[in-house]
Design a protein around this ligand. Structure first.
Ligand SMILES: Nc1ncnc2c1ncn2[C@@H]1O[C@H](COP(=O)(O)OP(=O)(O)O)[C@@H](O)[C@H]1O
Ligand SMILES: [Mg+2]
Length: 370
């Protein structure tokens, strides 16, 4: 390594093969590329992701002037460092927002930069963060997929609403009351479906933006489960379809009751709709007795092990899922709500076949954020 300045963080690039130290994470664990230059503009940190993104081994970057290591230019071919003049530009600058720049080979990267200055406002450290633009492109594609899925999901019920109302308006006298009733019931159900889809999409967007507001209070979890079951029974499900068990003593649970209802309601609804047989719900303290574990299992076909991860994704529906009128958002939302409580959710095959969803949530505290 040709540098006079000894690197603060040694070149733990992929070629050195050394993983993170015993204390845990180092710059090589960062998913984004990180380059740090010192007072003299020489590179002192060049992490594994930076090496991967730029194709420059850390060993050959350390100790050199960062402008030589990373000759970035903008879409018009201008040398970015000349435009920026990081070390002699305005001394009030603290950071540069993300922008798209290019490496010599034409590789697109997303770049942000930040300064640390000493008491005289001279640059002490200049940090550059590099992100793979491909990753961004993929995110944008996922977003576009989501938009087209949503559009499709909204269009099918609306097509049916439009079709039935148009038919009724044009040929009102040709139908008898029973036929009209059937059509109106379909319109009604489709309108409900659109409303539900939009409500769920709003939940999804809150989860994705990390804007779920937690209103924690002491919640009697077994009581919440009883309420959810009572709701299903009131809606016409036979009472003996449900079995409810509580085991052991729960700690005082500080949870968001509305979100808990949503979690339990979704899992029980899935067990009833997608599963079969008796739906068994068990509430117990978790293994460390610092929270609660809830499992909901049924005696249906279950979830094939290869789909166990996919069920929690947006719009994932198993065979027959769309026929049953679902949106495929339920479990994605459930997972988001469980995680907002600091919990985890998993699915496995129940001992007697069928699906078993199990989540744990820590007991929480009045202002517990996680
Ligand atoms: N208890 C269950 N048994 C079998 N399959 C299930 C169960 N719960 C969920 N699934 C499958 O997972 C898919 C996604 O569930 P979910 O996200 O709640 O969407 P939705 O219920 O709207 O279809 C369902 O379409 C179904 O195929
Ligand atoms: Mg569902």
């Amino acid at each position: 390594m040709g540098g006079e300045e000894s690197p603060l963080v040694a070149a733990r690039g992929p070629e050195t093969g050394s993983g993170p130290g015993p204390e845990g994470s180092g710059p090589d664990d960062l998913p984004d590329g990180l380059m740090v230059a010192g007072r003299d503009a020489r590179v002192v940190v060049f992490n594994a992701a930076a090496a991967r993104i730029t194709g420059i081994p850390a060993g050959s970057a350390l100790g050199r002037d960062f402008r030589d290591v990373l000759p970035l230019h903008d879409a018009e071919g201008r040398d970015w460092w000349k435009c920026l003049a990081p070390y002699d530009g305005l001394s009030t600058r603290t950071r540069h927002p993300e922008r798209v720049l290019f490496l010599p080979g034409g590789t697109e990267v997303l770049v942000t930069a930040a300064y640390r200055r000493d008491a005289d406002r001279r640059v002490e450290r200049f940090t550059v963060c590099l992100r793979d633009a491909l990753h961004r492109a993929r995110q944008e594609r996922d977003r576009a997929d989501l938009v087209s899925t949503v559009a499709h999901e909204l269009r099918s019920p609306l097509t049916s609403v439009k079709g039935f109302t148009a038919t009724l308006l044009a040929k009102w006298h040709r139908f008898n009351d029973d036929q009209k009733r059937v059509m109106l019931e379909t319109v009604n159900a489709d309108a409900d479906r659109v409303t539900r889809l939009i409500t769920e999409l709003l939940d999804v967007s809150r989860i994705e933006a990390g804007r779920l507001e937690m209103r924690r209070q002491v919640v009697d979890l077994p009581e919440e489960v009883r309420k959810v079951i009572a709701g299903r029974v009131a809606a016409g499900e036979p009472e003996d379809r449900f079995r409810f068990e509580t085991r052991g003593e729960l700690p005082e649970m500080w949870l968001d009751p509305d979100k808990m209802d949503q979690i339990l309601g979704n899992l029980v609804e899935n067990a009833v709709r997608h599963g079969a047989g008796t739906v068994t719900i068990v509430v117990e303290p978790d293994a460390h007795k610092e929270g609660a574990a809830v499992s909901v299992r049924d005696e249906g076909e279950g979830i094939p092990p290869e789909a166990a991860q996919r069920v929690f994704r947006q719009f994932w529906r198993g065979p027959g899922g769309s026929r049953r009128g679902g949106t495929g958002l339920g479990l994605y939302i459930v997972k988001g709500l469980v995680e907002a409580h600091g919990g985890v959710i998993t699915v496995r095959r129940a001992p007697g076949g069928g699906a078993e969803f199990r989540f744990t949530v820590p007991a929480g505290a009045p202002n517990y954020a996680g």
